[in-house]
Design a protein around this ligand. Structure first.
Ligand SMILES: Cc1ncc(COP(=O)(O)O)c(C=O)c1O
Length: 364
């Protein structure tokens, strides 16, 4: 399978082999299995439906994957790997659920937390030698800053220190962190993998067998197992990820260019725009510039008004789905520090002319 291109792997991996087998792994709603060889009890060693999802993503990421009940369950499982009083480094800009979990653990005395600007590469390289966990989110949510993965991944690490990349925004089609030296590449499968706003799920791909086994053990004891329907839907979503992402990225580039020139818009953050401060790194590091745009209008009221005025673009949280969604990020608890007029637009696969017309009428 490894000789196949990623677009083909998405379609070909994680299928049963053998005459008379269904082409797709079916929904197998099972907790326990007849004892003998193979599966025993779902929480211990999975079900065929979860395994299909894990096989697809493992093949794409170049590692072995473990699926969880949600992106945050996957994040928690990684933090569970830390020794007592660990030194944790997190980006200044990252998903608020991750910073919330890290801050809560610090308050409980479980670890010490430091925040670094995503683009401060020298500080990350320096931190690598001391930290038990470097948590990198690139591109970041919602400010779309990039971490230099090649430089950070190559930096000498403290023995046993973990480098983790939240790869949710990029997807394995745009970025493969394990090949850059990360130990874990983490996903909220709720987003691009599922792609249809109908599931919650999480997944971590591990570079080596030991790290993979450690996560499986955590899933066994903490019990944050994925649902069978959710795993089925995520695997089904992955089959079309390449075409969905290609279209969404093309749309996002056009929309970012439109927004950049609009008088009611004060600033646009999109890695595909030459005005992005890390456009060069984005072009070299990412297979594509992604389908998330953050842009600013005058203030919170103007942002709220825009969310109410769009007709095709939904006023909704989350991202990575076939339908375009937009929200004012500072309205979320833990995100009050963001500019009041900052909107995050997750660009879907609608006809770009309709999306442009919708933004034009709403901004007007
Ligand atoms: C970058 C990122 N990581 C992790 C998560 C958490 O995923 P979930 O909502 O599936 O728990 C999210 C959710 O928005 C996210 O955007």
């Amino acid at each position: 399978m490894t000789a196949l291109k990623p677009d083909s792997l998405l379609v070909a991996a994680g299928r049963p082999r053998g005459v008379g087998q269904p082409l797709n792994v079916p929904l197998v709603p099972a907790s326990n299995f007849v004892l003998g060889e193979g599966m025993v009890y779902a929480r211990e060693n999975g079900t065929p439906t979860w395994t299909a999802l894990e096989d697809i993503v493992g093949a794409l990421e170049g590692g072995s994957a473990v699926a969880f009940a949600s992106g945050m369950a996957a994040v928690s499982a990684i933090f569970e790997q830390l020794p007592a009083a660990a030194d944790v480094v997190l980006p200044a800009d990252c998903y608020q659920g991750v910073s919330g979990l890290a801050e809560a653990g610090e308050r409980q005395g479980r670890w010490r937390l430091r925040r670094l600007e995503t683009d401060h590469t020298a500080a990350w390289i320096d931190a690598a030698g001391k930290a038990d966990l470097l948590w990198v989110e690139t591109p970041s949510n919602p400010l779309l800053m990039l971490a230099d993965l090649a430089a950070i991944g190559a930096a000498p690490r403290k023995p046993g220190g973990l480098l983790v990349v939240d790869n949710t925004f990029a997807t394995p089609l745009n970025q493969r962190p394990l090949a850059r030296g990360a130990d874990y590449s983490m996903h909220s499968t709720t987003k691009y993998f599922g792609g249809h706003s109908d599931l919650l799920g999480g997944l971590v791909a591990a570079r080596d067998a030991q790290r993979h086994a450690a996560l499986v053990r955590t899933r066994q004891v903490n019990g944050a197992v994925p649902g069978v329907l959710e795993s089925y839907l995520a695997a089904r979503g992955l089959r079309t990820l390449a075409v969905r992402l290609e279209r969404a990225q093309e749309n996002a580039q056009r929309l970012a260019e439109f927004l950049q020139d609009h008088p009611a818009v004060n600033g646009v953050r999109y890695p595909g725009l030459p005005s992005h401060p890390q456009h060069e790194l984005a072009t070299q590091q990412l297979g594509g510039h992604g389908a998330i745009i953050s842009f600013e209008v005058a203030d919170g009221d103007a942002a709220d008004a825009l969310c109410r005025a769009t007709r095709l673009i939904h006023h909704a949280t989350s991202l990575g789905s076939v339908e375009s969604t937009m929200e004012r990020r500072s309205a979320n608890p833990g995100q009050e520090h963001l500019p009041a007029g900052l909107l995050r637009l997750s660009v879907g696969i609608e006809a770009v002319e309709d999306l442009l017309a919708d933004l034009e009428q709403a901004l007007g």
